[in-house]
Design a binder for this molecule. Structure first.
Ligand code: FAD
Ligand code: NAD
Length: 466
């Protein structure tokens, strides 16, 4: 029997990062993963392939609709979808292969198979051929992630009606596509196929997009994406989706209570994700699960069973790769007797559409609900020289600071490269910076980041360029 200090189950961004950090801290580490390629949802079927397709489809869309504004005339533009998909697959391979390399470098031993916890400190790995291997460990870290949620009435055939797992790999551009769910997956993958020529309709249950994100960002996003050609049916509850005679048929109750039907060549079900604990043996091991299927943990990532820990999508909180990574690092630091730490207020959230949408910290709605007095400074991209040079002037940034202390409590951006820009604001929240700190920090000219400096100056109503 192999004996380890730590056995990690799941090699997504939570699990593989935790395994590497634990090895750095001197632990003897094993990582059990049931899929051959390491990297989890994020590297195989999530963040990485979706961003590869967003980048590639952006190049196509820019050449089709945007290049002429720069004085670049494009004739004979053609979409070569097989090459675009091959680009995506190559990016995935480079990333998943990179994790194999990191495991070797850090002496993390990989076990290929399904992990099951038989008792605290005892893990069985079942290979595809049914053979079993027993591992022993002082600690076991559950990092088994999540899988797409389904709703009653939806019949997945994975050919016509599928999830993001299929929508990152359509072999032809669908003429029509219905996306169920106006959340982050719906907007990102809806954008990809819309840019490539599909007529995309997003059917969303709530009267707004991107639940939980700042209201003003959501309203601006709706306008911009509608102008880009995406269609939205808000306040509509999908009741069924299935393939009928080779076409996807989606029925929903619209905002007026009337039943409606849409047909499309592809239907993407993107109504959220659920924690994945199937076959893990948690019940037998006595590990508590909450009413949403998430592994219950305390603020040190310990479950109720000593020696069993959990992190990432399988526990409470945002389902984000970088959140899982932070938790993985913190959990193993706690195991090693160090002071692990995750500041959930400083975890950014980015939607990689065009323009990008990014947030960190509290929204206005959250501050209002909590009765926290705040000041707000906003600045539009249309007054930024670099954004004008890029022909990317849609959107704005806003900074929310405490009314008395001026401490930055939240920042919200919709605009070009918002996903990169939010990093400055995440550091500001983490370092408890004030809006004055940002306002008085020199930002290179001409850069998009000057929008943040101007928004910070606008908190004191002293923006220069507006
Ligand atoms: P996962 O990445 O889900 O990894 C869990 C791993 O555990 C899997 O590899 C699974 O095979 C394995 N496993 C499960 N059970 C067992 C078992 N019993 N034995 C062995 N192995 C097991 N997040 C972002 O931050 N940015 C993005 O841009 C982004 N884009 C996304 C796009 C899409 C289309 C999707 C679907 C998700 C996206 N996400 C994004 C979310 C992100 O992928 C997840 O938050 C992240 O992968 C969670 O990491 P994790 O380690 O907790 O779990
Ligand atoms: P989501 O929670 O973002 O959005 C799901 C949407 O589906 C919600 O707006 C919900 O109201 C709607 N919905 C639910 N039932 C419905 C029904 N019957 N009819 C119509 N609409 C319905 O979930 P998602 O887009 O599937 O993404 C899953 C997770 O993956 C997210 O939690 C996100 O954190 C993660 N993710 C992150 C990124 C990123 O960081 N860029 C990208 C993709 C995915």
């Amino acid at each position: 029997m192999d004996t380890f200090d730590l056995v990690v189950i799941g090699a997504g961004p939570g699990g593989y990062v935790a395994a590497i950090r634990a090895a750095q801290l001197g632990m003897k580490v094993a990582c059990v993963e049931k899929v051959k390629a390491l990297g989890g949802t994020c590297l195989r079927v999530g963040c990485i392939p979706s961003k590869a397709l967003l980048e590639a489809s952006h190049v196509y869309a820019l050449n089709k609709h945007g290049a002429e504004k720069f004085g670049v005339k494009v004739t004979g533009l053609e979409l070569d979808l097989p090459t675009m998909l091959a680009h995506k697959d190559a990016v995935v391979k480079a990333n998943t292969g990179g994790v194999d390399g990191l495991f070797l470098k850090n002496k993390v031993k990989r076990f290929f198979g399904m992990g099951r916890i038989d008792a605290p400190g005892k893990v069985t790995v079942t290979a595809a051929d049914g053979s079993e291997q027993q591992l022993e460990a002082k600690n076991v870290l559950v990092a088994t992630g999540s899988v797409p949620s389904l709703i009653p009435g939806v019949e997945l055939d994975r050919e016509i009606v599928g999830t993001s797992d299929e929508a990152i790999d359509y072999q032809a551009v669908p003429r029509r596509m219905v996306v169920i769910g106006g959340g982050v997956i719906g907007l990102e993958l809806g954008s990809v196929w819309s840019r490539l020529g599909a007529e995309v309709t997003v059917v969303e249950y709530l009267p707004r997009l991107m639940a939980g994100m700042d209201d003003e960002l959501a309203a601006a996003a709706l306008k911009i994406f509608t102008a880009q050609g995406l269609k939205f049916r808000l306040g509509c509850r999908v009741q069924s989706a299935k393939a009928v005679n080779g076409v996807g048929r989606v029925t929903f109750i619209d905002a007026d209570g009337t039943e409606q039907t849409l047909e499309a060549e592809k239907v993407l079900v993107a109504v959220g994700r659920r924690p994945f604990t199937d076959g893990l043996g948690l019940e037998k091991a006595g590990v508590k699960i909450d009413n949403r299927g998430r592994v219950e943990i305390d603020d040190h990532f310990r479950t109720n069973v000593p020696g069993i820990w959990a992190i990432g999508d399988v526990v409470r909180g945002a389902m984000l790769a970088h959140k899982a990574e932070e938790e993985g690092v913190a959990a193993v630091e706690f195991m090693a007797g160090k002071a692990g730490h995750v500041n959930y207020d400083a975890i950014p959230n980015v939607v990689y559409t065009d323009p990008e949408i990014a947030s960190v910290g509290k929204t206005e709605e959250e501050l209002e609900a909590a009765g926290v007095p705040y000041k707000k400074g906003a600045f539009p991209f249309k007054f930024n020289g670099r954004a004008r040079a890029m022909n990317a002037v849609d959107g704005f940034a806003k900074i929310l600071a405490h009314e008395k202390t001026d401490r930055i409590l939240g920042a919200h951006i919709i605009g070009p490269q918002a996903g990169h820009l939010i990093a400055e604001m995440a550091v500001a929240v983490e370092m408890m910076a004030s809006s004055e700190d940002i306002a008085r920090s020199s930002h290179a000219h001409p850069t998009l980041a000057e929008v943040l400096k101007e928004a910070a100056m606008a908190v004191e109503k002293r923006a220069i360029h507006q």
